[in-house]
Design a protein around this ligand. Structure first.
Ligand code: ZN
Length: 180
């Protein structure tokens, strides 16, 4: 660590982070002593077009964690109107799904939030009931809240739909492999 108040010149920094020193640092961090040739080879291997294609193929469609049976290919027929908002509030028992406080605790009507922040995606699995205060809070850490509410809504929809489904179907559904 450089001393406090000690200004490093660009030359100093360039000296510290040479390709050789970076390779040394990488090798000590992985616990596996890689030579600069190893590192260069593995980078080249990862960047080969056939490797990139294979990697993409391994995470698209049914293999993707958020796959829901191809519903994203269907045309959206959900209009984000008062009727749909009321249905979502009813599904969520007129309760904020973050702080769990009921509608009766608030003067204002509970809001209906777009989980993926895309206002054009009004599929009910992308909508959730929040109070105004929580709706403001979820504007930060968007990635975190998206995953948090997605898991919650998928489970919630299943609870309403699950009569007659066996546990493995419900389990698959919870992990987004199959949408029933
Ligand atoms: Zn709330």
């Amino acid at each position: 660590m450089p001393k406090k108040g000690y200004k490093q010149t660009p030359e100093h920094i360039a000296k510290r982070f040479t390709p050789e020193s970076n390779a040394k640092i990488a090798a000590t961090l992985t616990g596996y002593k890689q030579t600069p040739e190893h590192i260069a080879n593995s980078i080249a291997a990862q960047n080969r077009p056939e490797v990139k294609i294979k990697h993409s193929a391994s995470i698209i469609g049914p293999k993707h964690w958020n796959w829901r049976g191809g519903i994203s290919k269907l045309p959206y027929a959900f209009e984000f109107d008062n009727k749909l908002k009321d249905q979502i509030r009813e599904r969520d028992n007129y309760t904020c799904q973050k702080c769990n406080r009921p509608q009766s605790d608030f003067k204002e009507t509970l809001t209906v939030h777009h989980i993926d922040y895309n206002k054009k995606n009004s599929d009910p699995v992308n909508l959730i009931t929040l109070c105004i205060s929580c709706n403001v809070k979820v504007n930060k850490n968007r990635e975190y809240w998206t995953k948090y509410f997605q898991a919650m809504v998928i489970k919630c929809d299943i609870t309403k739909l699950n009569r007659g489904f066996n546990s493995s179907q419900i389990f698959s559904c919870c992990f987004g492999i199959l949408f029933l």
